[in-house]
Design a protein around this ligand. Sequence first.
Ligand SMILES: C[S@@+](CC[C@H](N)C(=O)[O-])C[C@H]1O[C@@H](n2cnc3c(N)ncnc32)[C@H](O)[C@@H]1O
Length: 395
Amino acid sequence: MSRWHSYINSAATCIQAYTGTQPLQHFLKAHFAQHKKFGSKDRKYISHLCYSYYRTGHSLPNTSLPEKLQIALFICNETPGEWQPLYNEEWLEHWHTDPTKKMQFIQELYTTFRPENIFPWKPQLSKTIDANSFALSHLVQPYLFIRCRPGYKAIVAEKLAQNNIPYTPLLQNCFALSNTTQLQNIINLNKEAVVQDLNSQQIGSLMQMVADAQPKASHPMKVWDCCAASGGKSILAKDILGNIDLMASDLRPAIINNLKARFKQAAINHYTAFVADLTQPLTLIQKHSFPFIICDAPCSGSGTWSRTPEQLYYFTEDRINYYSQLQKNIVQHIVPKLAVKGYLLYITCSVFEQENEAMVTYIMQQYGLQLIQQQVFSGYTQHADTMFAALLYKN
Ligand SMILES: C[S@@+](CC[C@H](N)C(=O)[O-])C[C@H]1O[C@@H](n2cnc3c(N)ncnc32)[C@H](O)[C@@H]1O
């Protein structure tokens, strides 16, 4: 058996053992730790096969797993490259860079192939999203994006150049890099630059609106990042709003520890961090009110599935209702903490209307907040995540 066929078999073994209950990345890491015979190249090829498989969603029913893997590779790779020995002349002739043409070829060979099942939830999308481009975006891995922190852009650019790392400058402070780039030993992550998706960075434009509305020389604004995770939006807020009185919370204690470590690297020393379940009444900050609350809500994550295609594969539609209800429960406890003349920045990395525009309508109707701006930041044509953000105001 050729090396390439044995990769297909190894990937098939992984796919059969994987149940979707943990990130694929973690599963593969543990699998390779258990099976030491795989060298680093083998791990790379097998992982690539697995990821390609999940990228095609449920478009290939009634096809054997090795065949599915071969088709997935064909659809997801722009060129056959090293995988060429797996394919006959006819397939190689149809190896276009345009995935739509390749899918037409597959449809002729496999009548059960359903490309519409790569992303089957098109009716649920936010209206401004181009459903076809979005579905196709799952076939490729997005870029790695970094945001240079204030004062460090030239230093970061110089370090990347010194290490011969190619990058494309975008926006004011964003660099796009190949997704295999290793930055750990090259730049001071979190201090000089943060790893942050292009559209996560774009949400800064709504934070800038809050900054612009602040009277000059006022006290540091009290900002609560209420679903902070490891603090990506907090650091962005700090960089845009400057001297803020920052409070960050999240449901999970481990993640708050990560946030503290990251803030240390980011030289953010003055802040308060605490654990809070926002589906429950808040006791810790009973007396506080905030002129700015950032709610980067837990969501389906559907705008980021081209990074984690196993989630695309294992998603079920009932989860949209689950997340929308969770978001309502969270909003219920944070809106009362918003000061009069305060701003709520509601964010998701979801593409579903029910988690996005419909949630904004709900917040406006239920709590009387006024909409300043809402936007889908689409990433599907830029090898980036798709995000949604709405800035609301309390009169
Ligand atoms: C989209 S992530 C936040 C990402 C983060 N803002 C960033 O920029 O990196 C959503 C966060 O909400 C947290 N979360 C989920 N359920 C929650 C709850 N009931 N109360 C508070 N936080 C919750 C999750 O732990 C998760 O870290």
